[in-house]
Design a protein around this ligand. Structure first.
Ligand SMILES: Nc1nc2c(c(=O)[nH]1)N[C@H]1C(S)=C(S)[C@@H](COP(=O)(O)OP(=O)(O)OC[C@H]3O[C@@H](n4cnc5c(N)ncnc54)[C@H](O)[C@@H]3O)O[C@H]1N2
Ligand code: MOO
Length: 424
């Protein structure tokens, strides 16, 4: 039958946001993936053995074994009714017969349990094939009920969750081979600063490679667009062209957002009519951070002006841009792991830093990583980001009464790995 235009269009659009499961690995599910059926679809045997009526075995013992004739064999994939029809046309007395049944095979009507093959003794002298059962078999023993694994309507992958290879097991079992995926945001990254353009300041660009890699690590598109000199017209042209191209969902610069003579980002944004959502936050490091919407030929593009100090730009990326990129894909804010600090710092400001956490209950406070945002040494030993609230005013209370702090993996997609030695 010919598809209607509307049906065809729906298929075209669905394809745009669906990916074969193998290709969807590492991508974010754009919608809940719902099971269309219950698994197992039928009651099946959990063991190789014989489908029996358990009631008849209630008095079974070595002295009083129960003898059952074997009608036939049901293999996985067989229709039990067909198997029975092949051997009997008359009604079967289930109290003195059984059916050999293999693991995963559909249970025949009239039998409730499977007795394992090793719990039976073959008895071939009796007419036809028979077995002896020496002990009682419990009701529905070794029988898997329909839907005992996955029920029709169960959510296999919730919207916003990253698709992983382990999802393939339940997906394949219910016959799903493609997954709706969220559109992958595209991020453009620049670094700024004369010192990195001519190299005489002996400063290497750390922010550009880091930010580009960290976005890619989230499974998203990232383009490094180069290092811009401290030249307002070069900055203006780069930002305006990128916003007009509509190629990017998010634009990021690092540097030139503070109060120095060459910190031109704010001024340039004013020239191109950007809406400044904020410039400056009560957070250390990263207080000069700027967030704006840049108008372009085809709409507004989100812009983050990160401070130049690498510790500040990476913290602002983790605590502002990662949540934004997750939200673009319909993902909730990541949940932290809670930990208690060995030395409890008091702070009047929200603070972020990278730390070496010892275990889930306590960890050492890497002071340098919070106070010296130009230093990158702490990243060598750190295994997590930490979020300190001012005075821990709203901090969640631990069972022991001590304040807890929030910790996040260093990599937005990673987990916190504990070192075997204590790191200072
Ligand atoms: N008078 C004030 N001065 C500063 C303030 C302030 O409030 N008042 N804030 C300080 C803080 S905090 C930070 S953070 C920095 C941020 O300044 P900018 O965003 O304007 O950054 P720059 O001045 O361009 O660079 C600062 C520092 O970072 C180095 N840098 C820049 N980009 C990179 C890069 N891609 N890779 C590696 N290193 C980079 C740059 O060479 C400078 O050393 O301002 C303080 N000053
Ligand atoms: O952003 Mo600055 O410390 O706050 O480096």
């Amino acid at each position: 039958m010919v598809l209607s235009y509307a049906e065809g269009l729906a298929k075209v659009l669905r394809t745009a946001h669906e990916s074969q499961t193998q290709d969807a690995l590492g991508r974010v599910a754009g919608k809940d993936v719902i099971s269309p059926k219950s698994i197992p679809k039928y009651d099946t045997s959990a063991m190789d053995g014989y489908a029996i009526c358990s009631e008849v075995t209630k008095n079974a013992s070595p002295q009083t074994p129960v003898l059952l004739g074997v009608l036939g064999t049901i293999a996985a994939g067989d229709d039990p009714e067909e198997v029975i029809k092949q051997v009997r046309t008359d009604a079967v007395d289930t109290t003195n017969h059984c059916l050999e049944i293999m693991t995963g095979a559909i249970f025949p009507d009239g039998y409730d349990a499977c007795v394992k093959i090793e719990d039976t003794v073959p008895e071939n002298e009796h007419k036809g094939r028979s077995i002896l059962i020496m002990k009682p078999v419990s009701w529905r023993a070794n029988r898997r009920s329909v839907g005992c694994d996955i029920l029709e309507g169960d959510v296999i992958i919730p919207q916003g969750k990253v698709v992983e290879s382990s999802h393939i097991l339940p997906l394949a079992s219910v016959g799903i081979d493609s997954v709706p995926i969220a559109r992958r945001p595209h991020v453009g990254v620049w670094s700024t600063g004369k010192e990195m353009v001519n190299g005489r300041g002996a400063t290497r660009d750390t922010n550009g490679p880091y930010l580009t890699a960290a976005v890619k690590e989230m499974g998203l598109h990232a383009d490094f667009l180069g290092v811009l000199a401290d030249d307002p017209s070069a900055l203006r042209d780069a930002l305006q062209n990128a916003a007009d191209s509509a190629d990017f969902d998010v634009l990021i610069t690092s540097g030139a957002v503070s109060k120095g003579k060459f910190d031109h980002i704010r001024g340039v944004l004013g020239q191109i009519g950007a809406e400044i959502i904020f410039h400056g936050l009560g957070v250390r490091p990263g207080h000069p951070v700027l967030f704006a919407l840049v108008p372009g030929a085809r709409g507004k593009t989100a812009f983050f002006g990160l401070p130049g100090n690498p510790g500040a730009s990476s913290a602002c990326f983790r605590f502002l841009i990662v949540p934004y990129l997750r939200a673009l894909q319909g993902q909730p804010v990541a949940q932290p792991m809670l930990a208690r600090l060995v030395r409890q710092p008091t702070t009047t400001k929200t603070k972020h830093g990278c730390h070496a956490m010892q275990d889930t209950d306590c960890f050492r406070h890497g002071v340098l990583s919070i106070t010296a945002t130009a230093k990158l040494g702490p990243f060598i030993t750190a295994n997590c980001w930490i979020h300190l609230r001012p005075h821990h005013s709203n901090a969640p209370a631990s069972p022991t009464g001590a304040d807890l702090v929030e910790c996040y993996p260093l990599s937005p997609m990673g987990t916190i790995r504990f070192a075997t030695t204590v790191l200072n």
